[in-house]
Design a protein around this ligand. Structure first.
Ligand code: HEC
Ligand SMILES: [Cu+2]
Length: 345
């Protein structure tokens, strides 16, 4: 008896700890809905449509699952003993027809109608607003802002600014492999396919910083090919864009001047452009306004002096396989280079 009671108590505590684990897990999962880069925390009309579709499918799917389990349960219970009021052959046939043919058809048709009309609204691209060419590189994003005539205004990388409440047209281009542009809080995915220009658009409804991610496997650093979309009030966006269009600041101190010299002599110029300097490399990101960006190396590390120094001395440690080689230089040169790069606002 005592042994028996003991086991039961033991089982009880096991049950409640399992419940605690389940509760903790659901809290963690639900938290995922409000965190950065969540498609369930939409900040645009398109993303809200996608989130609603997701919730709708979850609710319908759950209802169907419960109904099927209930039917299974009833069938199992009836199968145990002699059936009291068996269904006629016609009755069973109608039941199978209703549950197995009619219901799935209605549900699937409804989903197709909702999905297609939603897809139309999302695919209905605006015909005005800023144009940004998004170029998928290995493994970072080049961003080229164009005016209405298609002329280049400014080039930047990994941090797209957009005006709140205004549509921005995107032209998605790749010269290497297939990438996919995805900002879950703003819009669905669109692939970047070599040899063609795909179009998409985004319109942020509230100011904020939205994280995006390449979502088509594109090689070793695919997972660290992220970016930020910063939605600013329109006036701030205009200021940002005209700043990005300007050439780089001139060095203001002898330290920055020495840093500029180091930059020119260390081979950085072979891969990086700094407008206003004789630096027009095209393999890496444009660094003209590097200091204005929040992150480095496709949203992999924050843009601080320490991280920047670590990146320049050993980029392969931060992002193994990426296309920037390590540069060995004297500490004094590195400090000067960091001062110069820090002045590129
Ligand atoms: C062989 C080409 C090459 C050389 C040389 C090179 N880089 Fe890079 N650099 C790259 C590439 C490619 C990236 C993008 C890496 C990524 O995010 O995958 C990059 C990224 C960077 C970034 C981050 C930019 C951003 O916005 O994310 C900085 C800063 C940078 N390089 C500075 C330098 C400096 C300073 C030197 C010279 C000491 C240098 N690079 C030399 C190719 C190069
Ligand atoms: Cu990619």
């Amino acid at each position: 008896m005592r042994a028996c009671r003991n086991t039961r108590q033991h089982d009880n505590s096991k049950g409640s700890s399992r419940l605690a684990v389940l509760l903790a897990l659901s809290v963690v999962l639900l938290q995922g809905c409000s965190q950065v880069q969540s498609s369930l925390d939409p900040a645009s009309r398109s993303a809200a449509l996608i989130a609603n579709l997701w919730w709708g499918m979850l609710i319908v799917g759950t209802a169907i699952l419960v109904a099927v389990l209930l039917a299974l349960f009833i069938a199992l219970r009836r199968g145990r003993g002699p059936v009291e009021r068996p269904l006629s052959a016609r009755g069973s046939f109608l039941l199978v027809l209703a549950g197995g043919v009619a219901t799935p058809m209605v549900v699937i048709l409804a989903m197709i109608v909702v999905g297609v009309s939603m897809g139309r609204e999302i695919g209905d691209r605006p015909d005005s607003g800023p144009i940004v060419e998004v170029i998928g590189r290995l493994w970072w994003w080049e961003l080229r802002y164009l005016d209405e005539n298609g002329d280049l205004i400014a080039t930047t990388a990994n941090e797209m600014h957009v005006p709140v409440g205004q549509p921005v047209r995107l032209r998605l281009i790749s010269e290497n492999v297939i990438h996919s542009f995805w900002v879950p809080q703003l819009q669905g995915k669109t692939d970047l396919i070599p040899g063609q220009v795909n179009e998409s658009w985004i319109e942020a409804e509230r100011a904020g910083v939205y994280r995006g991610q390449c979502s088509e496997y594109c090689g070793q650093q695919h997972a660290l090919m992220s970016f930020l979309v910063v939605a600013d009030p329109p006036e701030e966006f205009e200021q940002w864009l005209s700043r990005q269009a300007e050439p780089a600041n001139d060095p203001q101190s002898s330290q920055e001047e020495r840093g500029q010299q180091v930059f020119l002599e260390q081979g950085c110029v072979g891969c990086h452009a700094v407008r206003g300097l004789s630096a027009a490399g095209e393999i890496g990101p444009d660094l003209t306004h590097l200091a204005s960006r929040r992150t480095l190396a496709a949203a992999t590390i924050p843009n601080t002096k320490g991280h920047l120094g670590g990146w320049i001395t050993d980029p392969q440690h931060v992002k193994p396989g990426n296309q920037m080689p390590s540069t060995v230089m004297e500490p004094g040169d590195l400090q000067a280079l960091l001062a110069f790069l820090g002045s590129l606002e």
